[in-house]
Design a protein around this ligand. Structure first.
Ligand code: SAM
Ligand code: SF4
Length: 345
């Protein structure tokens, strides 16, 4: 079956991409590199091998694919990786994509980053129309930060955060909840983020890619974290939905927003609105499944966008209903072999 496009009344004139379950795909996450200047223990092994540069989409090809999606109704683009801000000349991509914000075809252009390069790029991101960034910080303890990221420097990331806020970017902090590592710090992360006017989102470890240790040793169910937090804070459910696996509460005591990304303890696939493009042009219709569509081939085969647009429609027609992640002692292997740095977070 082919994916279909419909005109949504009262929205933009761009058609919506509809999957076989009637979900409109309006959100594309784009991994622009699989490389990174950190080696987070839950994300990569220390001696990761990276893709040869020739396999990567060029910045022009990335722009062309993003533009095709925008033409088919995608309203939000998130640039991610690997670490997106270490890709050479990455600001060229932000700059060219910003034309879709100016034309009104795109609602939001945003980025997920480890923050190491933010001090350098915050101002330029703002000038390209970026208004919000997600920055990943799992701990405020410099030694622990170094142990988790292996190569990261917390002070540099905090300078990046300062620069981002000074440039007017709204910041959300992402923290992966790690058993026995940062579980005692969740409350201080809440106080710190909300005290600086930032939202905090907690993420469950997902079984993506081979790492050096065992996932079960890292996995901390957020249902348990939430139960513990409820003993101290009043958590008020918010109706806000992003079409992803996040659910948000307002913490009454701080007035700040707290998100829980719980692909394992809860499954919100029925409202999924997103697909993910890797830096080699593979389109993953679901983070938790192996099926992918190759968009690099139609881009390289022809300067005409018709084959690319057809490939996108065919891919959306294969978007599965949901994933089936499991982490337990009987499932020591990752649910999918690729790393998060390939499909982006
Ligand atoms: N390098 C950037 C960063 O760290 O924000 C962007 C890419 S990173 C893959 C995106 C997000 O995925 C980060 O918040 C990271 O903590 C999270 N992440 C990486 N591997 C994960 C895993 N196996 N399970 C859950 N979250 C993961
Ligand atoms: Fe790099 Fe982000 Fe993965 Fe950490 S989580 S290794 S910063 S891609």
């Amino acid at each position: 079956m082919r994916g279909s496009t419909i005109e949504l009344p009262g929205t933009s004139s761009a058609p919506a991409l509809l999957d076989p379950f009637g979900r409109a795909v309006t959100y594309l996450r784009v991994s622009v590199t699989d490389r990174c200047d950190f080696r987070c223990v839950y994300c990569m092994s220390e001696d990761m091998s990276f893709l040869p540069k020739r396999d990567l989409l060029s910045l022009e090809e990335l722009d062309r694919i993003c533009t095709a999606f925008v033409g088919q109704g995608v309203r939000k683009l998130r640039i991610t990786g690997g670490e997106p801000l270490v890709r050479r000349d990455i600001m060229t991509l932000f700059r060219t994509l910003s034309r879709h914000l100016e034309s009104g075809a795109l609602d939001e252009l945003t980025v997920t980053t480890n923050g190491s390069q933010l001090a350098r790029f915050a101002q330029e991101l703002v000038s390209c129309g970026v208004r919000r960034v997600n920055v990943s910080i799992d701990t405020l303890d410099p030694d622990k930060f170094h142990r988790i990221t292996r190569w990261g420097n917390l002070a540099k990331v905090l300078q990046g955060l300062d620069a981002a806020q000074a440039a007017g970017l709204k910041v959300k902090i992402n923290a992966v909840a790690l058993k026995g590592v940062n579980e005692d710090e969740i409350e201080s992360l809440i106080a710190w983020t909300h005290g600086r006017g930032m939202d905090l989102t907690l993420i469950e470890v997902m079984p993506l890619g081979e790492i050096d240790g065992q996932r079960i040793d890292q996995y901390l169910p957020l249902s348990e974290v939430r139960r513990r937090l409820e003993a101290r804070y009043t958590l008020q459910d918010l109706a806000e939905r992003t079409g992803g696996p996040a659910r948000y509460v307002k913490v009454a005591e701080t007035g700040g927003k707290l998100g829980f990304i719980t692909p394992l303890t809860h499954n919100f696939c029925e409202s999924c609105n997103r697909v993910r493009l890797t830096c080699t042009g593979q389109l993953f219709m679901c983070l938790g499944q192996e099926d992918a569509a190759d968009l690099r081939a139609p881009v390289r085969a022809s300067e005409d966008d018709a084959p690319l647009n057809r490939a996108i429609l065919d891919a959306i027609a294969r978007k599965p209903k949901g994933h089936d992640f499991i982490i337990d002692r009987n499932h020591a292997r990752p649910a999918v072999g690729r790393h998060m740095s390939m499909t982006g977070g």
